[in-house]
Every structure is written in C-alpha cells, then in structure tokens.
Design a binder for this molecule. Structure first.
Ligand SMILES: NC(=O)c1ccc[n+]([C@@H]2O[C@H](COP(=O)([O-])OP(=O)(O)OC[C@H]3O[C@@H](n4cnc5c(N)ncnc54)[C@H](OP(=O)(O)O)[C@@H]3O)[C@@H](O)[C@H]2O)c1
Length: 278
C-alpha cells in the first residue's frame, strides 16, 4: 500500500517519463491524445498507414516532446510485428497502449457490402485484439502493482446506443464498438493479475476527418441530440486519457467511460425527426 500523503493533482495525474504507443495518432482523436501525452512528459510513438499523414503529424507533435511516427497498418500481422519491434527499439518498454485507429462505413442495409463490414470489424476489433495480445510482453516489462501498465481502447458512444443522427446506418461500426467494449472487460479480467489495466473511452462527437462530413451536414442535430449541446473539445479527450494513464487511474479497470456530453443516455426529442416525419 502506498503511504504517500501527497494527494496533489500534479502528482496524481503526472505522465512524466511514461512511454506510449497511439495507433491512428496521425489525425483526429489520436493526434489530440498524442499531443496531450507529450505535453505532460510522456514519450510517444504514433502509428498510421500513410507516410504523408505521419510526416505532417510528426511536424506538429515534435515541438511538444519526444515523438516518433511509424507507418503501420494495424490490420496486417506483418506490419503490427514491425511496429512493435520499432516501439521496443525506441521505447524499451511500454507503459501505455492506446488502441485508437478506427474505420467506419455507412450504407443502407440492402446495399451494405460484406467487404465494408469486414474492413470495419477488422480495424476496430480484430486488430485491437491482435495488437494488444502481441504488445503484452512490452507492457508487462513496464508494469508494477502500484503503477500498472495501461491499455486504453477508443470505443464509441455508438457502441452504447444505436446511432441515428447520421441518417445512414453504420452497422459494422456500432457492432464493432460494442464488441470492443466487451473485449475491454474480458482483457481487464485476464490482464489484471499481470498488472495491466484495460479500459475503454467511448467518445461522442469530436471534430476529426471521420466526422468532417457528418458535422458539416448535421451539426445542429448533433448538438440538439446532446444534453450539453455541443461537440467534445480536445482537452476533454486528453483529460480522460490522463486520468486512465496516471497514478489517479491505477485502480480503474474494465470500464467503458463515455465522453459524449451525455448523448448516449439521451432519448429525448430530436427536432430533425419531427421535421422529417412532418
Ligand atoms: N471523432 C469522433 O467523433 C469519434 C467518436 C467516437 C469514436 N471515435 C473513434 O476515435 C478513433 C479515431 O477516430 P477519428 O475520429 O480521430 O478519425 P480520423 O481522424 O479519421 O483518424 C483515424 C486514424 O486512424 C488511422 N488509421 C485508420 N485505419 C488504420 C489502420 N488500418 N492502421 C493504422 N492506422 C489506421 C488514420 O490514419 P491513416 O489513414 O494514415 O491510416 C488516422 O490517423 C476511432 O477509433 C473512432 O472510431 C471517434
């Protein structure tokens, strides 16, 4: 048991000296998280498929600290293996794995293609399982009882409720995120005794490439649908990650934490539905 009497927020939430891998760290939520980790003293590796996006992100992130960008496709076994080898070479051990890379596909049911469904499940679920399994040795090397290694899966509020605001159904996305939330619980039970916590963050709408179109078209509906009446801000994503990754979150595992302004529990009036139904 820790016998410190220092309950200052500065110590409780410190990320100083932590090592982190953020998949999909080249844009959107992953980039927000990577920036927050770096600004608080962590060493960060980001990974995504496209060299140009990695280059741009690295240029943006480097002023904030020790960062490396690796081109990797998390849906490829070979690529994941190379990624983890480079992470080991650069960071030695891993305090934090953020499984953030994700994909979406929207189409009406009768047109929804098998390959679209498979791609989304492969990225949002299968790749998270495989990368996590293979990263455990690196995480275990960093893990102690009082300061466990951490895995944070970026789920979605759409894995908690059935999304409607986008108009176009996203069957694979919503199902893959719900499965990811449950995988989080299973892995938390499995890895707890090895001093690794596993949690999921379920974001609502945040500005990103993935939400560009839907926010452009339906922002007013999205805000109307959210009890707090707005989309999320980067600090609100960094805040939850800092909690889960720091001393403060060391006894929290197997949770799915919505960061969505209450949208997933709001079943109230949707002004746009009233209009469409006349
Ligand atoms: N933004 C939101 O409102 C929102 C809400 C709920 C949940 N989320 C979740 O948050 C995560 C990030 O999404 P975002 O909104 O930030 O979207 P985004 O801006 O499109 O970012 C997705 C990131 O994942 C990378 N990526 C995609 N497929 C990959 C693969 N196979 N291997 C490696 N990297 C890959 C992309 O880079 P490359 O193209 O270079 O690979 C990019 O860096 C996703 O899991 C998403 O489901 C987002």
């Amino acid at each position: 048991m820790s016998n410190t009497l220092d309950y200052s927020v500065g110590r409780l939430f410190s990320l100083e000296g932590k090592t982190a891998l953020v998949t999909g760290g080249s844009s959107g939520i992953g980039l927000m998280i990577a920036k927050g980790l770096l600004q608080n003293g962590a060493k960060v590796v980001i990974a995504s498929r496209k060299q140009d996006k990695c280059d741009l992100a690295l240029a943006e992130l480097s002023p904030f600290g020790d960062c490396m960008a690796i081109v990797a496709d998390v849906t490829s076994g070979e690529s994941r293996q190379q990624l983890l080898e480079q992470v080991a070479a650069r960071l030695g051990t891993l305090n934090l794995l953020v499984n953030n890379a994700g994909a979406n596909w929207g189409a009406p049911l009768h047109e929804y293609p098998d390959e679209g469904f498979a791609k989304v499940v492969d990225t949002n679920l299968n790749a998270v399982f495989s990368l996590t399994r293979d990263a455990v040795p690196l995480l275990e090397m960093a893990a102690t009882e009082s300061d466990p290694a951490r895995i944070i899966n970026i789920g979605s509020m759409d894995g908690l409720h059935v999304p409607i605001v986008q108009r176009v159904p996203t069957f694979a996305y919503t199902a893959s995120k719900a499965a990811l939330h449950h995988l989080t619980r299973c892995l938390a039970v499995e890895l707890g005794p090895r001093h690794i916590t596993v949690n999921a963050v379920a974001p609502g709408f945040f500005e990103s490439r993935m939400t560009d179109y839907v926010l452009g078209e339906f922002r007013a509906d999205i805000e109307d649908d959210c009890p707090l009446g707005r989309v999320g801000e980067p600090e609100e994503m960094v805040g939850i990650v800092a909690y889960l990754a720091s001393r403060a979150g060391a006894y929290t595992t197997g949770t799915v934490i919505p960061v969505d302004g209450g949208t997933n529990i709001a079943k109230g009036k949707r002004a746009w539905m009233d209009e469409e139904q006349g």
